[in-house]
Design a protein around this ligand. Structure first.
Ligand code: NAI
Ligand code: MG
Length: 357
């Protein structure tokens, strides 16, 4: 099978880590009878410098016509004083809107080799493997009315509205049930249905959808309890599905269980058959850019997520994840995950170790 992949290396460490991910994809392709047609395009600060816009129209068009988009990271101090519509982050928002990305998938997996990198207790985090599925284009971040209003008594009031429609809940629900099927077939839907009407609709729709997925074990949890359970006994979770605001908070909390930002991939998906965007959770790390110090593993694991969730090539995704495990097992580390007795490698050397594995 042939796939057209758009590469957005962006800024900072982006080009260094992207190069590693591409070499890994190229190396595994023949084994799985795949070919990749890679096309690089500009996004972020470097795109602004070259074209005056952080997401040039050609870039978006290329993304829309590809099978998947692999993104590294955008941003840097150099562009921090630009007006907001020209800032590098605008590229991410433009991609979300232009590709209709409504589902954000954020895995938090504790790799046994890195357990000491976490500040949490070993018995709490050992074996944790969670996927947070966050709704990305609805909820309180977009609901109307919104704004700061002054009433007839001159009192100012800040307003946001948490709203979900049935179709919006159904489509994120489907992504979550399908994702659960690719994992341990256990789904926990998180809401605040004891207080919020919008959550009652959410729970009703997710429950209804559950009848179509009898093989997936479905449960519901209030968000305050979910926050406690994530810290108390995170192993109980497989897939968590939740709305935009709750998902923003819980996905960051779950990620930090792993204690290592250079290891965390993510996926943002739109309608089935449309290209998704796959990127590490971390930013452009300007402090270490160009020094061959970056950890490329989050980018490589993002490429694995692209195979699993974007292209339905799970066997190839497994293979890449196993190579990462193998390299860590052999004691090789980049600086950010260095531990005593391990061998410290730069970004390039880590890439070579992966290819060897
Ligand atoms: P950051 O994630 O870039 O860096 C935070 C810290 O983690 C730094 O010390 C960095 O060196 C380290 N780090 C990050 N990724 C690493 C890797 N792969 N290997 C080794 N160390 C790594 O976050 P920060 O510093 O807040 O933001 C830097 C720039 O990135 C800003 O312009 C920000 O707006 C942008 N950013 C972009 C994101 C994106 O493209 N999705 C997400 C977050 C921030
Ligand atoms: Mg966040």
């Amino acid at each position: 099978k042939n796939y057209k992949i758009t590469l957005l290396s962006g800024d900072g460490i982006g080009p260094e880590i992207m190069q590693v991910a591409v070499s890994v994809l190229q190396a595994i392709a023949p084994k799985f009878n795949l070919t990749f047609a890679f096309e690089a395009a500009l996004a972020g600060g470097s795109a602004f410098d070259a074209t005056g816009h952080p997401l040039p129209a050609e870039t978006l068009a290329l993304c829309q016509s590809s099978d998947a988009v692999l993104l590294a990271a955008v941003g840097g101090e150099k562009w921090d004083t630009l007006p907001s519509h020209l800032r590098p982050e605008q590229a991410l928002l433009g991609l979300r809107a232009g590709l209709g990305l409504f589902a954000n998938l954020r895995p938090a997996k504790i790799l046994p080799q890195l357990i000491d990198a976490s500040t949490l207790k070993r018995e709490v985090i050992e074996g944790v493997d969670i996927l947070v599925v966050r709704e990305l284009t609805g909820g309180i971040y977009f609901g109307l009315p919104k704004g700061i209003f002054t009433d007839e008594n001159g009192v100012r009031r800040g307003v946001n509205t948490m709203a979900y429609t049935e179709p919006e809940v159904d489509r994120i629900g489907r992504v979550a049930f399908e994702s659960a099927r690719k994992r341990q077939s256990t789904l926990c839907s998180v809401d605040k249905a004891n207080v919020l009407d919008v959550s009652q609709l959410w729970r009703e729709r997710i429950t209804k959808l559950g009848a179509e997925y009898p093989d997936v074990k479905l449960s519901h949890m209030y968000v305050d309890n979910a926050a406690m359970q994530l810290l108390r006994y995170p192993k109980q979770f497989d897939v968590i599905v939740t709305g935009n605001l709750f998902g923003d908070i819980l996905s960051d909390a779950a990620a930090m269980l792993t204690g290592s930002i250079g290891m965390l991939p993510s996926a943002s998906l739109g309608e089935p058959g449309k290209p998704g965007v796959f990127e590490p959770v971390h930013g452009s790390a300007p402090d270490i850019a160009g020094k061959d110090l970056a950890n490329p593993l989050a980018q490589v694991l993002s490429a694995a997520m692209m195979l699993r969730y974007g292209l339905n090539e799970s066997a190839a995704a497994d293979y890449i994840e196993q190579a990462v495990t193998k390299v860590l097992d052999s004691g090789k580390r980049t600086g950010d995950i260095m531990a005593s007795g391990c061998e410290q490698l730069g970004c390039k050397a880590m890439g070579e170790a992966l290819l060897a594995a």
